[in-house]
Design a protein around this ligand. Structure first.
Ligand SMILES: Cc1cc2nc3c(=O)[nH]c(=O)nc-3n(C[C@H](O)[C@H](O)[C@H](O)COP(=O)(O)OP(=O)(O)OC[C@H]3O[C@@H](n4cnc5c(N)ncnc54)[C@H](O)[C@@H]3O)c2cc1C
Ligand code: SF4
Ligand code: SF4
Length: 387
């Protein structure tokens, strides 16, 4: 942790303090930052998520989990903005001092060093792209568990997407206060060249949530329908382009979406890469898992795939962390290799069990999991996206 950084003032000029702010234009009001902040510095009203300058200690714990990057704003101000002022904003006020006067960037999440440079926020809430639905089919075995595989076409609009990024979908209509509904984020489930290579399309994996506004809007779309899209979002949960990179992918449910893109891009661009692909994929039952069984069409040996279920009738409950412990020897080698990247994606809260499994697997090896994870984080080799 560091204290708020005071900037040296030029003689005769007032000193500035760096204030942590949230950009209301891109914040999707998902509450993740408020849940994450260890000192309760983030709060919200019906309008905005805001940061209390008296409480925030600039620890940056909220930055990595924020799916849009809206929380990662640092302004130099002569006097901190009050909560009331921030509640009233539609967008951020301009910086009070030029960027050259700002202190060095505080440490935050780091992308894999070899990842391609992502494009972000080309389209906002008031300037969305319009995509046409090419297809919408079920990615699960039965209609009782409806997860959709939806392909969108951006036509002539520029939409450069990298594997691991997300796009926002704006549900039509207004909220209870009459304001346009805020977008929901969905992971890109295709590779950068589009669902069909060489097309300006993207695939999404969308779980229909009971009474969910946007997931039902998407799940009900027919070919030819139009949707409003914001983004792209995401600058760190990205595919490393190094062919020697081992990818250790751990996911539950729709958390498989970005890994579908990772695997497809490795197939298209790095089919003979020496880096290993290992995936642990968990769900309640086979019927609920999107793309269940599809890995079987991959070339033999391309993906070391481990699948497990926690609610199969008559069978013991097996979670991804249990399945990982079964492969402890292989995982130990992978975790200690300098070219391994860990990606965790899926249900919020799944990280705790996965972390415990890593602790068990590296117990007695070198310094154990905690320092290894910290080193991997600093090297852009440890990534979590849960929602
Ligand atoms: C970075 C990121 C990536 C994501 N990627 C994906 C992805 O690839 N696939 C995916 O499916 N999702 C993904 N999500 C989640 C997605 O953004 C939405 O949160 C999800 O689809 C639910 O949105 P919704 O509008 O349908 O539900 P909301 O209307 O926002 O409702 C939220 C929750 O409340 C419940 N709810 C709503 N109304 C009621 C009610 N009256 N009574 C009881 N419960 C109610 C809903 O069931 C739902 O669970 C991602 C989220 C993030 C942050
Ligand atoms: S985590 Fe990011 S997008 Fe979510 S409420 Fe906080 S600032 Fe907004
Ligand atoms: S930087 Fe740290 S203290 Fe400040 S709002 Fe984020 S998590 Fe809370």
């Amino acid at each position: 942790m560091s204290d708020p950084a005071f900037l040296a003032a030029a003689p005769g000029e007032p000193a500035f303090v760096v204030q942590h702010l949230i950009d209301p234009e891109i914040c999707i009001r998902c509450n993740t930052c408020e849940e994450t902040c260890p000192v309760g510095a983030i709060t919200h009203d019906d309008n905005n998520y805001v940061v209390n300058a008296d409480t925030c200690n600039h620890c940056k714990a909220c930055v990595a989990p924020c799916p849009t990057g809206a929380v990662d704003r640092w302004h130099a101000v002569a006097r901190p903005y009050s909560l009331q002022a921030q509640f009233g904003w539609l967008d951020l006020p301009p910086q009070a001092v030029p960027a050259a006067g700002m202190p060095a960037a505080l440490p935050g999440p780091i992308a894999p060093p070899t990842a391609a440079t992502p494009t972000v926020q080309l389209y906002g809430r008031t300037t969305p792209a319009t995509a046409t639905v090419l297809s919408n089919r079920r990615a699960t075995r039965t209609h009782l568990h409806d997860v959709r595989h939806i392909v969108l076409d951006f036509g002539g609009q520029r939409m450069p997407l990298l594997e691991g990024q997300s796009i926002g979908i704006l549900p039509p209509g207004v909220d209870e206060r009459g304001r346009p509904n805020v977008e929901r984020l969905y992971s890109v489930a295709s590779a950068r060249g589009g669902e069909e290579n060489g097309t300006n399309t993207v695939a999404l994996t969308v779980k229909r949530e009971p009474s969910g506004l946007c997931s039902n809007h998407l799940a009900d779309l027919k070919a030819g329908d139009r949707v409003q899209v914001t983004g792209p979002f995401g600058t760190t949960f990205l595919l490393p382009q190094d062919p020697e990179a081992n990818l250790l992918m751990v996911c539950t449910g729709t958390g498989v979406a970005p890994f579908r893109g990772f695997i497809e891009q490795r197939l298209r661009a790095m089919r003979d890469a020496s880096g290993a692909l290992m995936m642990f994929y968990g769900g309640r039952t086979p019927e609920e898992l999107p793309y269940y069984g599809r890995h079987e069409s991959l070339p033999a040996g391309f993906l070391d795939h481990h699948i497990c279920f926690s609610r199969e009738p008559g069978l013991p409950r097996v979670y991804v962390q249990d399945r990982m412990r079964v492969s402890a020897d292989r995982l130990q080698l992978l975790l200690l290799a300098p070219t391994t990247h860990v990606f965790i994606c899926g249900r919020k809260g799944m990280e705790a069990g996965v972390e415990e499994a890593f602790e068990d697997i590296l117990r007695g090896c070198g310094g154990g999991w905690a320092p290894q994870r910290e080193a991997m984080r600093q090297q852009g080799r440890f990534h979590v996206e849960t929602y």
